[in-house]
Design a protein around this ligand. Structure first.
Ligand code: CUA
Length: 345
């Protein structure tokens, strides 16, 4: 080894080691920060469903194994770099072609990867469930969710209820581009592909409201394609299904009655359906029980009269490129529409 190369190697090794420590330290700090940022967002480490629990266990197992690998490598690296640093009199031991070492450092990673594989395959098998027949179909649209309950004869949008403790089986598909159905705390996600029906099954365990998200980039408003996934008792679920299957309520307030007439005269029925009225559109969300939902525009806004008015006035300001047109009406008529829609509980 030439003198010049020798020196270059040693200073390079130190620099490489320092860079390595910096990068790994940075990754660790970023991971901690990201974990800390989870407030308000779905936290996969607080699962509410069967698959979510299995995935959390697997995550901890894999993190544990990889942490041991990481620390071992760091310790060995530090040890070697310090103990075998360049000394004027020394020459590095030549181990090229040592069969034992070659076998050892091939075997160790192979064993680690095999253990990870076995754990992952086992979890995948635990998550897979027999098909009890889908309760409903989730349909991806740019950029909202349709939930179709064919047996009960209703469709809803962006908010769906399921019964705790019962296997929930969902068929998923798409009418335009590839979306992905994901309720992070339930665990597991599945692509929604045009022309194909995929399935997802799990048992929701903990009652509560969970955020669902699209997890496949599907266009400008991919980030505003969310839904509410509500886990309730079987009795509450039956009551919800019963309510959703009813046709739209008749408006009672004066403004709502005016809004109910108005909505039939303008173009809303071209895209939206309200069961029990002549509106039969299928391009946009079914509004039959719009007032019962917590969110507007695929859970972009909370469902309040003010937000709904803002949405009707200028949807493009809230969700650019969405197919919802502005409603070019005087304010009083927009308010009547809002009054009517909010009464559709
Ligand atoms: Cu739909 Cu991303």
């Amino acid at each position: 080894m030439s003198r010049k190369y020798d020196e270059g190697f040693h200073s390079g090794a130190w620099r490489g080691f320092a860079r390595c420590v910096l990068i790994l330290g940075g990754v660790a700090v970023a991971a901690l920060l990201l974990a800390g940022c989870a407030g308000g967002q779905p936290d996969i480490f607080r699962p509410g469903g069967s698959a979510g629990h299995e995935i959390k266990t697997l995550s901890y197992q894999i993190f544990g194994i990889l942490a041991v690998v990481l620390v071992t490598v760091w310790v060995l690296l530090a040890f070697v770099v310090i103990k075998y640093r360049r000394r004027p009199e020394s020459e590095a031991a030549q181990t090229h072609g040592n069969l034992t070492i070659e076998i050892v450092w091939t075997l160790i990673p192979a064993i680690i990867v095999t253990v990870l594989l076995v754990l992952t395959v086992r979890t995948t098998e635990q998550i897979a469930m027999p098909d009890p027949g889908a309760q409903f179909t989730a349909v991806g649209h740019q950029w909202w969710w349709e939930f179709d309950f064919p047996e009960q004869g209703f469709k809803t949008a962006n908010e769906v209820y399921v019964a705790a403790g019962r296997t929930t089986s969902i068929d998923v598909k798409s009418v335009d581009v590839i979306h992905s159905f994901w309720v992070p705390q339930m665990g597991g996600k599945v692509d929604m592909i045009p022309g194909r029906v995929n399935h997802i099954r799990f048992v929701p365990l903990t009652r509560g409201k969970y955020l669902g998200e699209c997890s496949e980039f599907c266009g400008a408003q991919h980030g505003k394609m969310r839904f509410l996934f509500v886990v309730v008792s079987p009795e509450e679920y039956s009551a919800w299904v019963h309510d959703q299957a009813k046709p739209a309520a008749q408006p009672t307030g004066a403004a709502a009655i005016a809004g109910g007439k108005l909505i039939q005269m303008i173009a809303c029925g071209g895209c939206h359906a309200i069961r029990g009225t002549p509106m039969k559109g299928t391009f946009g969300p079914d509004l039959t029980h719009f007032g019962s939902r917590s969110g507007i525009a695929a859970y972009t806004l909370t469902n309040t009269p003010q937000n709904l008015l803002a949405w009707l006035k200028d949807p493009q300001a809230i969700k650019p490129e969405s197919t919802m047109p502005t409603t070019p009406l005087p304010l009083r008529e927009q308010q009547q529409l809002v009054a009517y829609l909010e009464e559709l509980k």
